[in-house]
Design a protein around this ligand. Structure first.
Ligand code: FA5
Length: 346
C-alpha cells in the first residue's frame, strides 16, 4: 500500500478525533476549512498524486473519496448534535414565560339575521314544530300556481320576481312554496313545521325593504285545526320573541293561498306605540302574514280538504330582528358594516 494511502488514513483519524472534541457551530466551520475546504489538509495530501506510479493512482483516488465521504457524514452528525445542544442552552437561558397571555383570537359574532333565525326556530321547536328545509330556486308552479295563483292572477303583482334565464325557474319570493314540498312529503300525516330561509324580491331597497331577506314560514295541517290554534301559537311566539305583554293586532288581509287571511302587527318597540319613522307613525309594525290554508292549496299538497284543515304564517326575520334590537334601517343587515355587526351580533 502506498505511503499516501497511509497518510490519508492518518488524516481521517486525526480529523475524527478533533471533531469529537468540538462543541460550537463556529468550531465545526473552522474544522471544515482545515480538513475538507479547498485549501484544507485533504486537498494538500492529494497534491503528490501526480508523481505516483499510474497503477497506484486509482487506489489512492478511491481511498481519498472514502475519507471525504466519511468525514462529511461525521461533520453533519456532529453539527446536528451541537445544534440541538445550542437550542437547549438558549431555551433554558432565555427562560420562556409560559404564563404570558397568547395573542387574542378574533372569533367574530353570529350575524343578526342568523341569530334571529335561531331564536325563532328555537321557540317553534319548543312548541313541537320541526324545521323543514326547502329550495331557494323554485319553479313558477311551486312559487305561484300551486299556491292558487295561476298565470295572469292579479295577486302575482304583490311579488316582483327575479326570473332566471331558464323558463319557469325563479328565485322564490317567499317561503310559502315550501308548504307544497312539506305537504307532498308528509301527506297523509299531520304536519307541524317551520320553514326558514332566504327570499328574493325585485323591489326598491328602503329602510324597511331589502331585495334579499329571510322569512320563516309556519305550516300546521291536521284534522280540526282552527283559527284559534293559529292565534294562540302566534301570541305565544310573540311573547317569547319580543317579551311578555306586547300588544298584538290581527288585521284582515288577503293572500291567495289562505282563507281567511290576516296580517299580524306588534306595537312598535322603538316608539312604544306613539308613532315614529320606522312604524310610519302608526304605532304598529307588521311581523307576518297568516291565515287558514286555502282548500285548493291543501288539495295541491295531497290532503283532502273535507278531512283536513290547516293554518300557515310567513314572517320577515329581519323585520322581527329590527323590532327586537331596536334597529331602524334594514339596510344595515347586509351592508357589512362591522360596527353594526359587532353591536347587534349575538
Ligand atoms: C308573504 O310573503 C306570504 N307568503 C306570507 C304568508 C305565509 C301569508 C303563509 C299567509 C300564509 P308578505 O309579502 O307580506 O307575505 O311577506 C311576509 C313578511 O316578509 C312581511 O310581513 C315582512 O316582514 C317580510 N318582508 C316582505 N318583503 C320584505 C322585504 N322586501 N324586505 C324585508 N322583509 C320583507
Amino acid at each position: 500500500m502506498s505511503a499516501l494511502v497511509d497518510k490519508l488514513k492518518a488524516l481521517q483519524a486525526e480529523a475524527e478525533a478533533k471533531l469529537s472534541g468540538l462543541s460550537t457551530t463556529a468550531e465545526t466551520e473552522a474544522w471544515f476549512r482545515d480538513f475538507l475546504g479547498r485549501k484544507g489538509a485533504l486537498t494538500n495530501a492529494l497534491q503528490g498524486i501526480g508523481q505516483m506510479p499510474t497503477e497506484e493512482r486509482p487506489l489512492v483516488g478511491k481511498v481519498a473519496n472514502e475519507v471525504k465521504v466519511a468525514l462529511t457524514a461525521a461533520l453533519e452528525a456532529r453539527q446536528a448534535t451541537i445544534a440541538d445542544a445550542e437550542m437547549e442552552a438558549a431555551l433554558s437561558a432565555e427562560g420562556i414565560d409560559v404564563t404570558l397571555p397568547g395573542r387574542p383570537q378574533n372569533v367574530g359574532k353570529i350575524h343578526p339575521s342568523n341569530a334571529a333565525l335561531r331564536d325563532i326556530n328555537a321557540i317553534f321547536t319548543q312548541m313541537g314544530f320541526q324545521v323543514y328545509d326547502a329550495p331557494e330556486v323554485e319553479t313558477d308552479e311551486m312559487n305561484f300556481e300551486l299556491l292558487n295563483m295561476p298565470d295572469g292572477h292579479p295577486a302575482r303583482d304583490m311579488w316582483d320576481t327575479f326570473y332566471t334565464t331558464t323558463p319557469g325557474v325563479l328565485l322564490r319570493t317567499h317561503t310559502s312554496p315550501g308548504q307544497i314540498h312539506a305537504m307532498r312529503e308528509y301527506c297523509p300525516e299531520p304536519i307541524r313545521v317551520v320553514l326558514p330561509g332566504k327570499c328574493f324580491r325585485y323591489e326598491d331597497v328602503t329602510a324597511r325593504s331589502e331585495m334579499m331577506f329571510h322569512q320563516v314560514e309556519g305550516l300546521v295541517v291536521g284534522p280540526n285545526i282552527t283559527f284559534s290554534d293559529l292565534k294562540g301559537t302566534v301570541v305565544a311566539f310573540a311573547n317569547q320573541m319580543f317579551g311578555e305583554g306586547r300588544k298584538l293586532r290581527f288585521r284582515k288581509s288577503y293572500f291567495p293561498f289562505t282563507e281567511p287571511s290576516v296580517e299580524v302587527d306588534v306595537d312598535c318597540v322603538l316608539c312604544g306605540g306613539k308613532g315614529c319613522r320606522v312604524c310610519k307613525y302608526t304605532g304598529w309594525l307588521e311581523i307576518m302574514g297568516a291565515g287558514m290554508v286555502n282548500p285548493m292549496v291543501l288539495a295541491n299538497g295531497g290532503y283532502d280538504p273535507a278531512v283536513f284543515s290547516g293554518y300557515a304564517f310567513g314572517m320577515g326575520v329581519e323585520r322581527s330582528a329590527m323590532l327586537k334590537l331596536g334597529v331602524d334601517d334594514i339596510r344595515y343587515f347586509f351592508s357589512n358594516d362591522v360596527r353594526f355587526l359587532e353591536r347587534v351580533g349575538a
